[in-house]
Design a protein around this ligand. Sequence first.
Ligand code: FNR
Length: 186
Amino acid sequence: MDKKPAILAIVGSLRKDSFNRRLAEITRDALGDRATLTILDFADVPLMNQDHEFPPPDAVRRVREAVKAADGIWFFTPEYNHTYSGVLKNLIDWLSRPISKTEPQVLGGKPAAISGITPSIAGTIPAQDHLVMLLSYLNMRVMNVPRVSIPGVFGLLDEDGNLALGDAQNFVNEQADAFLAFINRA
Ligand code: FNR
């Protein structure tokens, strides 16, 4: 790929102080000037209702265009009850639908990376595994290795409450390198 890859970050938490959003920002720093990483704002996407698919709501058009324009999608998933969040499923359900009789859904063939961070010691792997199943069904090119799951987030806050990953920063850096190479193999 000649141009700098445009990566779209989808954070499965709408929480203002979301740790997963902060992980996305740290990942953006790890990518540096090798790529752009834009965090998708999708708080205005309504609940899926097939009565409202054609024509789709403006917010749905907007998120579809953002996905279409991206060279890769990086999912940052919280774990809710051992799976990904309902807001993320709702967004992906909208993105999974045909745009018109001639245009298929926008996720197929897109490279996908997955990360997650959580307070629990168990990490976010169950949620990530469920997400892999969903994204694979939608024919995304999922980068299974490496994925990053960071447990015990409350132990990783500095005295100002900022997220300081310590040794886990290396895993984020390695995943950033790997995803750039993965996108370039497309
Ligand atoms: C959670 N949380 C949680 N954590 C976890 O490690 N495993 C789990 O199964 C669950 N289940 C769960 C269900 C629901 C409904 C909520 C709201 C929360 C805790 C959750 O991971 C934690 O609040 C994270 O900080 C959420 O991610 P953000 O918002 O910080 O990105």
